[in-house]
Design a protein around this ligand. Structure first.
Ligand code: C5P
Length: 204
């Protein structure tokens, strides 16, 4: 059983990289951010506090994200949900509930798990830990082209979310002990994936 933890800020390329590494290794892939997004979406829809529902909603995390049986894969990517997820993720009760669920999933099989606190909190014993990062302007450029949005606006929102992720009291975003920091600013996707696959193979 091997866990590869890939943490880092928004726009560093985590999702694309983590999926590609999981494919290359034949591991399963867990997007922990999608869980925070699904809780935030459920809370918005029900006009309730994320902490009040984080335990009770039904989540299925696969190629599609199912919330109480409904496919919310696209809905959780809306900008309003990004903002709500970042706020929900600052609530320790929400984090506790989701960390329990994440650990349960990761307890069985080989995984590439992506997030902000996988290497620090969710799976501190992960065999391989990577902290993926890139220049803020480059991260915003990538997200802007992905979303078809304006660079300056994406950069402004990203700065607020980065600040919230880094300074929150519970599980602030930071490289885990033993994490290999990979700066993707000038690397291609293939180069990043190769680097991480080599890290995994290197310890087998
Ligand atoms: O990575 P993604 O943008 O989908 O994550 C949504 C939000 O969930 C982020 O703003 C971050 O604050 C939060 N998050 C977190 N811990 C994780 C994954 C995501 O706090 N492990």
């Amino acid at each position: 059983m091997t866990i590869v933890a890939i943490d880092g800020p928004a726009g560093a390329g985590k999702s694309t990289v983590a999926r590609a590494v999981a494919d290359a290794l034949g591991f399963r892939y867990l997007d922990s951010g999608a869980m925070y997004r699904a809780v935030a979406l459920a809370a918005l829809e029900r006009a309730s506090e994320p902490a009040a529902i984080a335990d009770s909603i039904e989540l299925e995390m696969g190629p599609r994200v199912l919330l109480d049986g409904l496919d919310v894969t696209e809905a959780i990517r809306a900008p309003s949900v990004s903002e709500a997820a970042s706020r929900a993720a600052a609530d320790p009760a929400v984090r506790r509930a989701l960390v329990v669920r994440q650990r349960r999933l990761l307890g069985d099989g080989d995984w590439v798990a992506e997030g902000r606190d996988v290497g620090t909190v969710v799976a501190p014993d992960a065999e391989v830990k990577v902290f993926l990062t890139a220049d803020p302007a480059e991260r915003a450029r990538r997200r802007a082209s992905e979303l078809g949005a304006e660079h300056a606006m994406v950069l402004a929102e990203q700065t607020i979310r980065d600040q919230r992720d880094r300074t929150r009291q519970h599980s602030p975003l930071e490289p885990a002990p033993r994490a290999v920091v990979v700066d993707t600013t000038t690397l291609t996707l293939e180069q990043v994936v190769r680097r991480i696959v080599e890290l995994v193979k290197g310890r087998e």
